[in-house]
Design a protein around this ligand. Structure first.
Ligand code: ZN
Ligand code: MN
Length: 495
């Protein structure tokens, strides 16, 4: 007996619009002042009429196109009824049978060693409004309170096919999706603030020795609010279902149990049963009579498509080819986000050396950001300034060692400009000495003072040169060590 793991993800993304999806209230995250971003529409007062936010719709279309989905020319809004204190209308405006987009895919890397990639199908992406928030046990109170600031903010629900086979693959899909969404600029995808929420559907296909395949009942795991939790919850759930199957021993032909819902407890790393999942009939879906259906033209879709930025997957391919970088290096750059990749590219073009630019941004910059606890957006050295600094190495006007010294100096608060680079070079005498005559004189004196090293060199000990380079460099600061080495060997060979 063996088994296959079947995982599909439902992701809710909060779209970054100024106002809510059906009213003019601010859609900003504002937990400190509850219920101030509300109006008769999002409070569900009688007679208040919703109006669709075009920007929310457009961000949805943008994302769906990036996920290779078909955009429907006709789509409508439906009411999904359920009762909960954070839902004042008693229904959520969502999309049921005619979502605005369907049938796409997202490609993920399934094997980092071979670079093997696979498409994860997207069943549909639809728009809906968010509910408010119930606050339980806040500050030791025994009651619960309701904050409706979030009620009516725009959500995009992205439902994948059950195409993932391991917890790690599911995490990978979620990471790639998050990266794409941030490249598109449609959401900040802040998981702590709930801008990206993930539910997972998981079950097992048990392959029995007699050749029959038995599915375990599908479980929807809710409340996965970090990548780590997605992985822990899914690994736990796979083991739990496997043990439950072995204990109960469903046989082929047994009626599979129906779908259940479980919550994830980050404290214990376990999933626990929640309410029984409603069937869609329980929601009494029907078209919202207050909202017009939306018709979409081919011209509209083309105009949104034309404005799409470069996607992470395309950028990876392009960077490898354009700058002769390894897959690993490109992965590091692209995963840091669109702004970081733009920065790398500007530096690479300015200094004329992609590999060097890559080393500096992925090693020096990432290290300093971490040590100084800075966001990349707060990094004090702009791309033109770093490009100028590294360009001086390419043009052999600075050694890498001196450039690193200047880099650290630029970070230390006295401004970071090209003029400042010139000042530091002048103050510390870091310019590469191009006066070979001066270097030759120093070499001659150093050789005269080191008879033993000269003899060693003559006897075939190449290592003897190293000690001499150090002495020469101390005399002529800013000399290019490679050049000094060549000149030293030439001088020694003539002795
Ligand atoms: Zn409102
Ligand atoms: Mn939903």
């Amino acid at each position: 007996m063996n088994h296959t793991v079947i995982i599909g993800l439902e992701v809710h993304v909060q779209l970054q619009t100024k106002s809510k999806i059906f009213c003019g209230c601010s859609a900003d995250f504002n937990p400190d002042h509850p219920n101030v971003q509300t109006c008769p529409v999002c409070l569900g007062l009688p007679g208040a009429l919703p109006v669709m936010n075009r920007e929310a719709f457009e961000l949805g279309v943008k994302t769906a196109l990036a996920l290779n989905c078909e955009i429907s020319s006709y789509t409508k809004w439906d009411r999904k009824h359920y009762y909960y204190p954070d839902l004042p209308k008693g229904f959520q405006i969502s999309q049921f049978d005619l979502p605005f987009s369907e049938d796409g895919f997202l490609e993920i890397e399934t094997n980092p060693e071979t670079g093997e990639r696979r498409r994860i199908g997207i069943i549909r992406a639809h728009l809906e409004e968010d509910a408010g928030k119930n606050l339980h046990d806040d500050a030791g109170r025994s009651d619960s309170q309701v904050d409706l600031n979030r009620a009516g903010t725009p959500l995009l629900e992205i439902v994948s096919q059950p195409d993932m086979r391991t917890a790690a693959e599911a995490t990978k899909y979620l990471q790639e999706l998050r990266l794409l969404l941030t490249y598109l600029g449609v959401s900040d995808c802040n998981m702590q603030e709930g801008s990206l929420r993930c539910d997972a559907n998981v079950n097992l296909h048990i392959h029995q020795d007699d050749g029959h395949k038995v599915p375990t009942p599908i479980v929807e795991v809710k409340n996965l609010n970090s990548f780590r939790n997605v992985e822990i919850a899914l690994e736990y759930e796979v083991q739990r279902q496997l043990e439950a199957f072995k204990a109960t021993g469903i046989k082929f032909g047994d009626k599979g149990g129906h779908k259940t819902t479980r919550g994830f407890d980050a404290g214990t790393g376990k999933t626990t049963p929640q309410r029984e999942k409603e069937d869609s009939a329980d929601y009494r879906y029907f078209p919202d009579p207050d909202l017009l259906p939306v018709t979409v033209t081919e011209d509209y879709i083309s105009s949104v498509r034309e404005a799409l930025p470069e996607f992470p997957a395309d950028r990876r391919k392009r960077f490898v080819a354009a700058y002769q970088l390894s897959d690993y290096d490109v992965q590091v750059i692209v995963d840091q986000g669109r702004g970081f990749g733009d920065y790398f590219e500007e530096v690479a073009k300015l200094c004329g050396d992609g590999k060097q630019a890559c080393n500096w941004v992925t090693q020096d910059i990432l290290r300093e950001l971490k040590e100084r606890k800075l966001e990349f957006s707060e990094f004090p050295i702009s791309a033109p300034v770093l490009g100028d600094l590294l360009g001086r190495i390419t043009k052999k006007k600075l050694t890498t060692k001196s450039a690193r010294e200047i880099f650290m100096d630029l970070l230390d608060g006295n401004g970071a400009s090209t003029a400042r680079i010139d000042e530091i070079i002048a103050a510390k005498g870091l310019a590469i000495v191009e006066d070979t005559g001066a270097i030759e004189k120093v070499i001659a004196t150093v050789i005269d003072k080191n008879a033993k090293a000269v003899a060693d060199f003559k006897a075939g000990k190449q290592a003897a040169v190293g000690a001499l380079i150090g002495q020469v460099m101390r005399e002529v600061k800013g000399a290019d060590p490679q050049k000094v080495r060549e000149m030293l060997i030439a001088a020694l060979s003539q002795r």
